[in-house]
Each structure stands twice: as C-alpha cells, then as structure tokens.
Design a protein around this ligand. Structure first.
Ligand code: NAX
Length: 329
C-alpha cells in the first residue's frame, strides 16, 4: 500500500474544517487508495475543540486515516506536509476597516508562509481558503520565497467555489446537466468583483451562451448572483458557506493532485508572459489544466472588450490589496 501523505489544515476547529476533514480522511481529496495523516493547526483557545473533532474522526474508523496531530505551532503543523490547506484566518470584526483586515491577515500569512517553506515538503501544494484568500496566498508565497526551498508556483488561492457556483447557475439556466458543462473560467479575485466568463462554455458540443440566448442575463442576473452568493448564504443560513467551501477545496486539490479532464479555475500566481496582462506573481483566478500532479495555465483565450473591462476591475482590486500589504512583505 502507499505511504501516507501529510495534509496540514489550519482553522481545523472552524466550520469549514468540520466539513473538510472528514472528506479528506475518507479519501475524497487524494484518492481512495491514499492513506493520509492530518496535521491540524488552530489557535491555543481552540485546541479543546480540535480534540473534539479528532475524537469524531477517530469514531469514523476511516481506513485511510493513518494518523493525526493537533497543534498551535505552525512549525509542527507544516512539518513534512505534502498539502497545506490554509483555512483559518482573521475574520472581519465590528468596525474593522478593510485595511485592518488585510494587515491582521498579513501577520498570520507571513508567519505561515515562512513556516511552510521551512518545514513542508519541497513540492508542497498550498491552497489558501481563508479570506481575503488571493492576497493571503500572495503574502504566504512572498514569505516562502524569502526562505526558498518550496515551489513558489504552488501557493494558490481558492476560486473554485465561485467556479462551482457559476456552473450550477449555467446548468439551471440552460437546462443542461452540470456534468456536461466544460470550459468555464472565473477571472480574478475571490470577491464580488470576480468575473465568471461563460463565453467558452460548451455542453455536449453546443455553445451554452447560444443556448441561453439572453443578452441581459449575464450582466443582470448571472454575475450578481455568483458575485453575491456568499452574502446570500449568510442571509439565509445565518452562517457563512462552509460545506460548499470545503467541497471546493477538495475539488481544487483533487484536480491538482490527480488531474482533471476539464478546465478548472485556480487562483494561481500569475506566470510571467501570461498573455492576459496580469502582473507576475499576483494570485489571480485563471483557467488551468491539471495533469501528473501539476497545473498549467491555459493561454491565448480571446479577451473581448467587455471581458477586458471586467478583468480590469477585479485586477485593480487585487493590485490595491497588494499595495495595502506591501510594507509587510
Ligand atoms: P470559522 O470562524 O468557523 O473558523 C475559523 C477557524 O480558524 C477558527 O477555529 C479559528 O480559531 C481559526 N484560526 C483563526 N486564526 C488562526 C490562525 N492564525 N492559525 C490557525 N487557525 C486560526 O470560519 P470558517 O467558516 O471555517 O471560515 C474560514 C475562512 O474561510 C474565513 O476566512 C472565510 O472568510 C473563508 N472562506 C473562504 C471562501 C472561499 O471561497 N475562498 C468561502 C467560504 C469562507 O467564507
């Protein structure tokens, strides 16, 4: 049988953690034949709650769960990690300005990026879920680059929830099954500014934009619905998205590790010469293909005037976030 892979999860006592850990331990992320060791990081005051989650993980008797560690020390949590899921983050408190939120998280993600680079496997795959996830990933990556050792391309932010949200809206509007939809891209920041671009989407060879054939729907319904979905969930549930966020994290890492036959949206550090005008290193939702444990940017997609405008808006937001944390890096 295979040697266990080490998966570090931060914010393990939180609500996303509660949806995520059981699915990782059951093999849904890294494969049904891949044993895993969970390395759980949370704050000191959350350690008792982490113990409770570990008791429940024990009580599932997962055949693939080869071990568990709970800690409040990033150096312990990230030791020899193959995958790091950075879920824990500083939430926005009452009266907290956006700039305060960025710097509070900057402090967390500089420490964690450094600890990953010093402790994890050299080819570690890192996915940041905790918001603002693109900029948090950018910060962790910047801290990791100072250490060296790990692959700077492997520090991602999670756009997959936006991607999955958009897929279902398209399926419901077009009447086609979600499984038939290919070639969706969500550009930019995980925020209401993201641009879900369905110009290339096909279903069994048919262009879905043609099937929908409703010029106003994109601007008036589709983009606002996807962009404000997080707020709609909070309004309905009284809590932010958790199971769907955990599901998206599983999808992102599973496709990255095991490959995907479809395009996927990943928040990746923009490569040099990406062709879409994104500054190198900015963590940006981009179309990717995954094969043999690696991802590659899909280049050369045509960007029309409308899309250029939409991409410019979300790019501007990310450049402003980067400027707000620049002094910390
Ligand atoms: P919870 O508040 O339920 O849990 C967060 C956990 O993180 C807590 O247990 C807390 O003690 C821990 N934590 C805080 N700071 C930490 C640190 N420095 N090191 C380790 N652990 C730390 O939040 P939850 O609902 O689980 O959401 C977690 C994060 O995901 C939030 O930042 C949230 O905004 C973000 N989300 C991101 C999404 C995405 O698509 N990228 C969607 C869902 C979600 O909103």
């Amino acid at each position: 049988s295979k040697a266990p892979m080490r998966v570090a999860v931060t914010g393990a006592a939180g609500q996303i953690g509660y949806s995520l850990l059981f699915r990782i331990a059951s093999g849904e992320m890294l494969g049904k034949d891949q044993p895993v060791i969970l390395q759980l990081l949370d704050l000191p005051q959350a350690q008792k709650a982490v113990q409770g989650v570990m008791m429940e993980l024990d009580d599932c008797a997962f055949p693939l769960l080869a071990g568990m560690v709970a800690t409040d020390d990033p150096n312990v949590a990230f030791k020899d990690a193959d995958v790091c899921l950075l879920v824990g983050a500083r939430p926005r408190g009452p009266g907290m300005e956006r700039a305060d939120l960025l710097t509070a998280n900057g402090a967390i993600f500089t420490v964690q990026g450094k600890a990953i680079a010093e402790n994890a496997k050299e080819d570690v795959k890192v996915l940041v879920v905790g918001n603002p996830c693109n900029t948090n990933a950018y910060i962790a990556r910047s801290a990791a680059i100072k250490v060296g050792r790990t692959n700077p391309n492997n520090y991602h932010g999670m756009l997959r929830l936006d991607h999955n949200r958009a897929l279902t809206q398209l399926a419901q509007k077009s009447g086609r099954p979600v499984s038939s939809l290919k070639q969706l891209v969500v550009w930019g920041n995980h925020s209401p500014s993201m641009y879900a671009d369905y110009r290339f989407v096909t279903s069994n060879g048919d262009n879905v934009k043609g099937l929908i054939n409703d010029a106003a729907w994109n601007n008036d319904v589709f983009l606002p619905t996807v962009g404000k979905r997080g707020a709609a969930i909070i309004d309905a549930r009284g809590l932010s998205s958790a199971a769907s966020a955990a599901n998206a994290a599983i999808d992102h890492v599973r496709d990255w590790h095991l490959g995907s036959s479809e395009w996927v949206t990943m928040g990746i550090p923009a490569p040099a010469d990406n062709g879409y005008g994104i500054p190198e290193g900015l963590v940006f939702g981009l179309p990717c293909e995954c094969k043999n444990g690696t991802f590659t940017l899909i280049k050369g997609l045509e960007i029309d005037e409308y899309s250029k405008g939409k991409i410019a808006i979300t790019l501007k937001e990310l450049e402003d976030e980067r400027a707000a944390v620049a002094s910390m890096l």
